[in-house]
Design a protein around this ligand. Structure first.
Ligand SMILES: Cc1ncc(COP(=O)(O)O)c(C=O)c1O
Length: 441
């Protein structure tokens, strides 16, 4: 599987110009200002309620322009992978150029040691000790370290939902074939009535053979939030290892990572933190590090050192170091403000489209159950054809999700998305609902 593919087959001019036309001069003028404004706002986070600021366009327009994204297209698939703001891209370039001068010296003796400060900054943002956090390339690598490194006996069970990420399910299927463990999956409603329902769904499937449980903090298909702290507490009381897939949660919603209480927590930083592509981390609870096998051999695989999970051979330091700029950007906006803004953007299309009785949301709009992501079905309109029409005719990029009973477009704006872009998407979709898709799609 390469990236995301969740399908079986794998306006007016005035309004449009409103969100496209930012002149070159405007870009330059806003570029540095956006960063300092974001930082100043972050310092001031206690004085302004996050909710009140969520709809303040004078604040968010500066954030929007911190990104050098292509405004001749509209990207509403920020659940896949995200762009970085200019300051992060600049750092990435700087570190890459420096690496290239004398790679063996600059990489291994100058830049690699600087990773330690990035580890500390990341750990502070997540809410754990730096000695519990390994920097990885993405959630997939983090969770494969977690899932492959567990000692399991034939017949031992690992429990997860069938809406967990396909690569993680495939990892467990491979362990089934190779080690004789048993993967137990269950379906979840879209959306569920309450978060407690999800904890109960896990608990009711625990057996005397359940050894580990994999749970998404936010699911890939609909952005459904799971009550991960409750699930981990329930599992811990029964002696079951917990592995949390936090690919979408870190940087999108506010939570204390330590208080989740997981044994393992993996995330990608190129999603909602806006760090360079190819960055992630794995949290391993301190008392689990020593006995957990690394995925790539380390000098001492039973060492009690989190760095044993980072033994991947020669790799660029640049993306890892530029995580620091992404953290400064995130802290500058203020995580609570960002979460409130993301929900505000989601509500911008959700409130409008829910007025239409041919529209069905597979994602709950309750604040505790979702944030930036919503998956929407359109009665009588083929999802793949709609996705294709949006891109081919209107240059609006979305992703079609067709999995089990879910058949819809997953829409995920981000802090650089303008209200005009969301409104244009709604205009187009409402037009299709009214008039149908053109014959040529
Ligand atoms: C829930 C979830 N887990 C894991 C992943 C894999 O992330 P990555 O490709 O960054 O490893 C994704 C990607 O979209 C995801 O949605």
């Amino acid at each position: 599987m390469v990236g995301e593919d969740f399908t079986p087959a794998s306006t007016t001019r005035r309004r449009f110009m409103g969100f496209v036309a930012v002149g070159a001069m405007g870009y330059v003028a806003f570029r540095d200002g956006a960063v300092s404004l974001a930082c100043a706002a972050g310092k001031d986070a206690s004085s302004d309620s996050a909710g009140a600021l969520a709809g303040d366009e004078s604040f968010w327009s500066h954030i929007q322009q911190a990104f050098a994204v292509d405004r001749s297209v509209i990207n509403l698939n920020n659940g896949g992978v995200n762009p970085s703001p200019r300051m992060t891209q600049d750092a990435l370039r700087r570190h890459l150029e420096f690496s290239n001068q004398i790679p063996s010296r600059n990489l291994w003796h100058v830049l690699d040691p600087q990773i330690e400060l990035v580890r500390q900054r990341l750990a502070r943002q997540f809410g754990c000790d730096a000695e519990e956090l390994a920097i990885t390339r993405n959630t997939s690598e983090s969770l494969e370290i977690a899932l492959y490194g567990l000692d399991l006996e034939p017949g031992d069970e690992i429990l997860t939902t069938d809406q967990d990420y396909p690569r993680m399910i495939n990892t467990l299927k491979q362990r089934e074939q190779r080690d004789g463990i048993k993967l137990v999956t269950f379906d979840i409603p879209n959306p569920p009535g309450s978060l407690a329902e999800l904890t109960r769904a896990f608990e009711s499937r625990v057996t005397s053979r359940t050894r580990a449980l994999l749970v998404s903090h936010m699911t890939t298909y609909t952005g459904q939030v799971f009550p991960v702290a409750d699930v981990c507490r329930m599992a811990r009381a029964k002696g079951i290892t917990t592995i949390v897939d936090g690919a979408h949660a870190f940087g999108q919603i506010v939570y204390d990572g330590g208080a989740v209480g997981a044994d393992f927590y993996g995330t990608s930083l190129h999603k909602w933190l806006h760090a360079p592509i190819g960055t992630g981390f794995l949290y391993v609870r301190r008392d689990r590090i020593e006995r957990h096998w690394p995925l790539m051999a380390a000098p001492d695989p039973r060492a009690n050192d989190i760095r044993k999970f980072e033994e991947i051979g020669t790799h660029p330091s640049a993306p890892r170091l530029a995580i620091a700029e992404a953290l400064v950007f995130q802290e500058g906006i203020g995580p609570k403000r960002k979460e409130a803004r993301l929900r505000f953007l989601r509500d911008r299309f959700a409130k409008r489209l829910t007025q239409n009785d041919r529209v069905r949301f597979f994602t709950s709009l309750k604040p505790e159950q979702s944030c930036a992501i919503a998956t929407i079905g359109f009665e009588g309109i083929g999802t793949a054809a709609l996705q294709s029409h949006l891109w081919k005719k209107h240059k609006i990029y979305t992703i079609a999700i067709r999995y089990g009973k879910i058949d819809g477009l997953r829409i995920s704006p981000n802090v650089y998305t303008t209200l005009g872009e969301i409104d244009f998407f709604c205009d187009v979709v409402e037009g299709v609902i009214r008039n149908g898709l053109p014959k040529s799609v």
